[in-house]
Design a protein around this ligand. Structure first.
Ligand SMILES: [Zn+2]
Length: 317
């Protein structure tokens, strides 16, 4: 049987939107990127989301394909059941009924998801967590967030805010977090925090902004200050992930986001630090994400397929 069904998927970030037309087996048949240009305000961003989604659906039809659903991933707090983007710092959403707006515009079933949760969904079903029933996906970038995926479904939480592992307290007297509290994991081990900490210790005479990736590189070449900052981050991450493992007992922890690009420079010391913290817990496989920055878009596609009951092909292909 030939299958001409496709879904339209959008992953809306603070700076750009990754968009695709995706087959039920997870294969991308068309990919586009568009600027979010969030400074225009949330109404204009939603207008662009709807224009891009409609454009992709039209292009799919022109290619002889049949769009059957739309999946849209956004950052912040997302009420997936109601399809509402509740709050987002970097896109400016406040209670935007994205799903209903998309249904009205495109006439297709639409699912709205959270960017990290759908990224975790994609890594668990199509990427580095494939074959593991229980996966914790942890995205480490400007902030730190996670998705707990069990048998291909990501837990959303009662208020759409599950997975905020970045706000687990790991250092009671640590630096102030963006959330207002002191010592959150994110305030110590996010890429942004690592860069800040290095600059703080290097002092005002040092060369300006150093990224977390550069700290990782310098640590690998034996620079003592970078080594210290990197190890502080590794220890904080190990504390946070050990808490995650105590809660969820997953088979695999998949690390994504910019920091995961440090590869073995991150994974090797983090595995050792995790092992030290495991008492009766079973040690999870700790691996780097496999789908790169396409995970969110693929996850949005999976959410759309789930919404119309088309599933179980990805695992079989
Ligand atoms: Zn916090």
């Amino acid at each position: 049987m030939t299958d001409d069904r496709v879904v339209v998927a959008l992953d809306v970030g603070g700076t750009g939107m990754k968009c695709a037309v995706v087959r039920p087996d997870g294969v991308v048949v068309r990919a586009e990127r568009h600027p979010t240009d969030a400074a225009r305000g949330p109404a204009a961003v939603v207008g662009t989301i709807l224009d891009v989604a409609e454009g992709l659906a039209d292009k799919a039809r022109a290619d002889g394909l049949t769009p059957i659903a739309v999946g849209i991933a956004v950052p912040g707090v997302v009420d997936e059941a109601r399809g509402v983007a509740v709050w987002s710092a970097n896109v400016g959403f406040r209670d935007v009924p994205v799903r209903d707006l998309a249904v009205a515009r495109l006439g297709l079933p639409t699912a709205l998801g959270h960017d990290v949760r759908v990224g975790g969904l994609a890594e668990a079903r199509l990427g580095a967590g494939r074959g593991s029933g229980h996966v914790l996906f942890v995205a480490i970038g400007t902030g730190i967030a996670s998705a707990h995926v069990v048998d291909g479904t990501a837990a959303v939480g009662a208020h759409g805010a599950a997975g905020e592992i970045g706000h687990i307290l790991v250092r009671p007297d640590g630096p102030r977090c963006g959330c207002g509290r002191r010592g959150c994991l994110e305030a110590i081990a996010s890429a942004a925090a690592i860069g800040r900490r290095y600059a703080e210790l290097a002092g005002p005479s040092a060369d300006a902004a150093v990224t977390a990736a550069e700290v990782a590189e310098r640590a690998a070449t034996g620079e003592p200050l970078a080594g210290q900052v990197w190890q502080e981050a590794i220890d904080a991450l190990a504390d946070g992930l050990a808490s995650g493992q105590a809660l969820f007992d997953v088979a695999t922890i998949v690390l994504g986001g910019g920091l995961a690009q440090a590869g073995d420079g991150l994974l090797t010391p983090l595995r050792a630090a995790m092992r030290e913290r495991m008492t009766f817990h079973r040690e999870p496989h700790l691996v780097a994400a496999a789908l790169g920055d396409e995970a969110g878009c693929l996850g949005a596609a999976l959410l759309a397929l789930d919404a119309v009951g088309v599933r179980d092909h990805q695992e079989k292909r």
